[in-house]
Design a protein around this ligand. Structure first.
Ligand code: URA
Length: 239
């Protein structure tokens, strides 16, 4: 059994003081019943807490979706250059969040940050084959031979063997969707360069069941919804 104020403040969304105020205003429900005192206790797995009607994920870990902008490093710290952690408020930075996988400095789009090492490890494991979808703007026109070459699994000039990948040209003639099941260094750029189509801009749209929220402007973040977290966890257990 855990105190409700402790559970809510452990999510990183509200301070203990703010939780007190939410309870006082009658905005916190447990299993559909208004919580009357912040110190009420319950089983975290069975409480079904909501705030303003929105289900709250009482996992002890924090999961953040970021729309990574250009020019920041996918790292937790760097002596000189800004990192994705610099885009989060101090209370989240202090929790020891880290990016799940890396995007290049000039790549934009979906990045998951968490302090859940187990989930991160499993999502990144090549054996899990979690699809990542990228939108790439390229020089040149993608042709069916390119699609077939990626589908067969490219071998790069340095001998790196890539798993089969998806390639879908878009109607504008300059962009394509690339689907990878792994995350080798500069992989999209190197694969498309190997096909004579240098990448001019790269943006990640999705990672497994997680899709970048179209409302998030570059540099902005939000917590995962309970549903997004549950889907990630499900995928995590599935294989
Ligand atoms: N592939 C790349 O080339 N760069 C990224 O940032 C991600 C995938």
């Amino acid at each position: 059994m855990e105190r409700i104020d402790k559970l809510l403040s452990a999510t990183g969304r509200w301070s203990r003081k703010e939780v007190k105020e939410l309870v006082r205003q009658g905005r916190v429900l447990a299993g559909g019943r208004v919580v009357l005192r912040p110190e009420e206790k319950g089983d975290p797995a069975a409480l079904c807490l909501t705030v303003d009607g929105v289900p709250v994920d009482c996992s002890p870990f924090v999961y953040v979706m970021l729309n990574k902008p250009e020019g920041v490093l996918s790292a937790t710290e760097d002596g000189q250059q800004p990192t994705v952690l610099d885009l989060l408020p101090p209370e989240l930075r202090q929790r020891g969040l880290f990016p799940v996988g890396r995007l290049d400095k000039d790549t934009t789009g979906l990045l998951l940050l968490t302090d859940d090492g187990d989930l991160a490890h499993r999502l990144l494991s090549p054996r899990k084959h979690v699809d990542k979808v990228y939108l790439a703007r390229v020089d040149g026109v993608v042709v069916s031979e390119d699609i077939e070459a990626l589908a067969a699994g490219l071998t790069l000039a340095d001998g790196t063997r890539c798993l089969p990948a998806g390639l879908k040209p878009l109607a504008d003639g300059r962009s394509c969707l690339v689907t990878l099941r792994e995350g080798k260094y500069h992989q999209v750029k190197r694969m498309l360069a190997a096909r004579g189509k240098p990448v001019r801009a790269l943006h990640r749209l999705s990672m497994g069941p997680l899709t970048l929220d179209g409302e998030l402007k570059p540099g902005k973040w939000r917590f995962l919804t309970l549903q997004e977290r549950t889907e990630l966890q499900r995928l995590d257990c599935a294989t």
